[in-house]
Write a protein that binds this ligand. Structure first.
Ligand code: TYM
Length: 343
């Protein structure tokens, strides 16, 4: 059977990009899984620490993220859902793996390079070097590799922006196998399961992805948005002045983003959706997109608002998830300790 594993940062309230790019795919994989597939989803608090966090806020955000996963249909009976920081094996394995990971490989990570670039811009000088960034940002992908390998995951569903980290995980797994396993196959090399066509773009600047960090809150749809907020944001979405509707992500990113959101809500191919609007205008497309979004979010939103108040239930789910996660990583970790000579 497959071992499907993925993670998400505790960013608090979810936006549409997270949902369409990640969680919708998780729910689909879970619901279509075969009986002998194992599925694990984790909320990665340690990864969140690479950026400055307010402890109280972080504590609330991780609970909200758990409530979100459950509200959208992650079922703790079918999937192991847990907080990363509840299984100490991740940091232990991360340390071990960091000792076989060349610095050069980490420097090539585009996530690291963009952090460096952001620092440079913020300081408006080209001489800023990596000494200003924390070490956790740099070793972040090794912890991610440890998350994945602690369960010997075979499939990792992520968005485009995370594929390089999974490729690094394969390299690290291979390095471990070659160094410590005479049969060279201890860790399976995990495959990426990429969510097709789901790079959700900012509603205000369709050249960039929809993200939590954009200062303009009208650039993203949040899980907690009411219908009138959704409608207002979609109406205000940047499009173009070209007549008619066509799907053309390169030349018409704003229009194409709305089409792809609508297609994702309906579960219909985006080209097919585009054909329905050929003779129509942006007004019709926007109206249908807001209504489809409301249809998509209405039930999960209510479920989220209910669950986030039920701390007892959330704690019970987290506790059970942690126990299962520990149990599943235990044998692997004992083997790893033996293989490296620390057992
Ligand atoms: P994170 O929390 O940034 O994002 C979670 C998932 O959402 C996807 N995503 C998007 N997809 C499409 N369009 C968008 N606008 C968009 N924004 C986010 C991401 O690709 C991701 O799949 N490092 C990871 C978390 C992690 C992890 C792991 C993932 C830690 N350990 C092990 C897989 C396996 C991260 O920061 O994702």
């Amino acid at each position: 059977g497959r071992v499907i594993f993925s993670g998400i940062q505790p960013t608090g309230i979810l936006h549409l990009g997270n949902y369409l790019g990640a969680i919708s795919n998780w729910v689909k994989l879970q619901n279509e899984a075969l009986p002998n597939d194992e599925i694990l989803f984790t909320i990665v608090g340690w990864h969140a620490l690479t950026l400055p966090q307010n402890p109280q806020q972080l504590s609330a955000s991780r609970r909200d993220m758990l409530a979100t996963l459950l509200a959208f249909g992650i079922d703790p009976k079918r999937s192991v859902v847990f907080y990363q920081e509840d299984n100490l094996c991740h940091v232990e394995l991360s340390w071990i793996l960091s000792c076989i990971t060349p610095l050069g490989q980490l420097r090539r990570m585009t996530t690291w390079k963009s952090r460096l670039a952001a620092k440079r811009n913020a300081n408006d000088e080209s001489e800023v070097d990596e000494s200003m960034l924390n070490a956790g940002l740099f070793t972040y992908p090794v912890l991610q590799a440890a998350d994945i390998l602690a369960y010997k995951a075979t499939h990792v569903p992520v968005g485009e922006d995370q594929t390089q980290h999974v490729e690094l995980t394969r390299d690290i797994a291979d390095a471990f196998n070659r160094t410590f396993d005479p049969e060279k196959k201890f860790f399976p090399l995990p495959d990426v399961l990429i969510t097709p066509n789901r790079r959700v773009r900012s509603l205000k600047d369709p050249s960039s992805k929809m993200s939590k960090s954009s200062p303009d809150s009208s650039s993203r749809i949040m899980l907690t948005d009411t219908f009138s907020q959704i409608d207002k944001k979609i109406r205000g979405a940047v499009t173009d002045s070209i007549q008619g509707i066509t799907y053309d992500p390169v030349n018409r990113p704003g229009t194409s983003n709305l089409l792809s959101i609508l297609s994702a809500c309906e579960g219909v191919d985006v080209e097919e959706v585009a054909r329905r609007y050929e003779g129509k205008g942006h007004g019709a497309l926007k109206k249908d997109a807001s209504e489809a979004l409301e249809g998509l979010l209405k039930v999960p939103r209510a479920e989220f608002e209910r669950l986030r108040l039920d701390q007892t239930y959330l704690n019970a789910v987290a506790k059970e998830g942690a126990a299962k996660a520990k149990e599943r990583s235990q044998t692997t970790m004992e083997r790893v300790r033996t293989m490296i000579g620390l057992y």
